[in-house]
Write a new protein. Structure first.
Length: 420
């Protein structure tokens, strides 16, 4: 990393069906006289002239020759932020750089090639050649050891130490705060999620089970499986933003629900954290609005049924493997056992009564999901019965212990969910 912080970078994109990136435009991030961060983005002329060019996102950065500006989110456009590191990734990059906190452009530039979606960043006009070497499943032991050392803050403080240099083999950009890495297995790319020493239960097997349970509820989910490595279990989630081809991987554009809602994680902006608004926004940009709106309704309902209270907008995404956008497969589905039995809130507004995770509240805005009342009620009834009757067998079939199943029992269909 250079001693002076960069103020601009070029934004690269891998177009649909391509294996190598092209330069899409230039992003500049500078302070304003008022002390705010001002971000500016402009598409390159050669990119606009490319007949295969696609928009970076359909919300803020539509394909145009205009100069886009924003002071929101520290001046970083949502689609660019989505391609940057998550909270775990920032921790990895900070340790690798030997600096406790970096600038927003530093995080974009220092993030390795495992970033989500189809974007990349660099200080040179031309993008680098695509990286073809990936971690393999046989590297999982070493990767987990490095992740655990980072959690315990036991890695060397010198940025050039070998262990620190190997940090960037860990994943940095696929959402969430849990330790992870990107690996290649049998010609496909997977996110490997590792256990933490302070886990209260086997998060890997429970998350795998929730993906299985969601599939039984008719929800499209990311593919997953469990691997046992050196006596420790690792959850592997197949990347849905990559597609293996003969000479590499194609990349799908991907933007988070935060970007779709034009908001961020700040408490002051959470008035837009809403399934209702998200349904309306995605209906404007996806290829099949009715399909995706109804799918979002099922996911909202499922999160309420399993008390997934971490259902924030970054855990929802739109995907564009070709020129068209659609709702991505569901991911990061985790139950949260609670003491309260009368009232639980989701992270996002789900009906007339706000965030209340209650069947009647979820039903109240059915029309916004392009469902009539009878259809929505039938979905609620069937999914409630299925989760009630199948959650225990599903988690046990996924290898969750009896003790862990009892620990998470209170998460499922809590009494207040059915309260009139």
């Amino acid at each position: 990393m250079t001693s002076s912080r960069p103020t601009e970078c070029f934004v690269y994109i891998t177009l649909p069906g391509a294996r190598a990136a092209v330069t899409a435009g230039r992003f500049v991030l500078e302070p304003t006289p008022r002390g705010e961060a001002l971000g500016r983005f402009v598409y390159g002329r050669s990119y606009l002239a490319n007949p295969d060019a696609v928009e970076i996102d359909p919300i803020e950065l539509k394909l145009s020759d205009q100069t886009y500006e924003t002071v929101l989110m520290n001046g970083v456009f949502g689609a660019l932020r989505d391609a940057g590191p998550d909270s775990w990734g920032r921790r990895v990059i900070e340790k690798h750089a030997g600096i406790p906190k970096l600038g927003e452009l530093d995080y974009l530039l220092e993030s390795p090639d495992d970033r989500a979606g189809a974007l990349g960043f660099g200080e040179k006009v031309s993008p680098p050649a695509p990286i073809r070497k990936f971690n393999q499943s046989l590297d999982l032991v070493r990767l987990q050891e490095t992740a655990e050392a980072l959690i315990r803050d036991e890695l060397p403080s010198k940025p050039n130490a070998q262990q620190v240099q190997e940090l960037l083999l860990l994943g940095t950009s696929m959402g969430g705060a849990r330790p992870k890495a990107v690996i290649q297995d049998q010609g496909e790319l997977w996110i490997a999620k590792f256990a933490r020493p302070d886990d209260r239960w086997n998060y890997e097997r429970v998350e795998h089970a929730m993906l299985q349970l969601a599939q039984r509820c008719g929800i499209t989910t990311a593919e997953s499986r469990i691997e046992t490595v050196a006596g420790k279990e690792v959850l592997l989630v197949k990347r849905f933003d990559r597609q293996a081809v003969a000479d590499g991987y194609t990349r799908a554009r991907m933007i988070s629900g935060l970007t779709v809602l034009r908001t961020d994680e700040a408490v002051s902006n959470r008035d837009r954290w809403s399934y209702i608004l998200l349904a309306e926004e995605i209906r404007r940009v996806v290829q099949e609005p009715k399909r995706d709106a109804r799918e979002l309704f099922r996911r909202m309902l499922f999160n309420a049924l399993i008390s997934n209270l971490d259902d924030h907008p970054r855990n929802h995404a739109l995907l564009a493997p070709d020129r068209n956008w659609r709702l991505s497969p569901a991911y990061d589905l985790t139950p949260a056992p609670q003491v309260g039995q009368d009232h639980r809130d989701l992270a996002m507004v789900c009906g007339d009564q706000g965030r209340f995770a209650n069947a009647r509240n979820i039903l109240s805005q059915h029309a916004r999901f392009l469902l009539d009342r009878e259809e929505a009620q039938e979905i609620i009834t069937r999914m409630t019965e299925l989760v009630t009757n199948a959650w225990y067998d599903t988690v046990r079939a996924s290898g969750v212990s009896v003790q862990d199943a009892d620990t998470i029992r209170s998460a499922f269909v809590y009494p207040g969910f059915l309260r009139e």
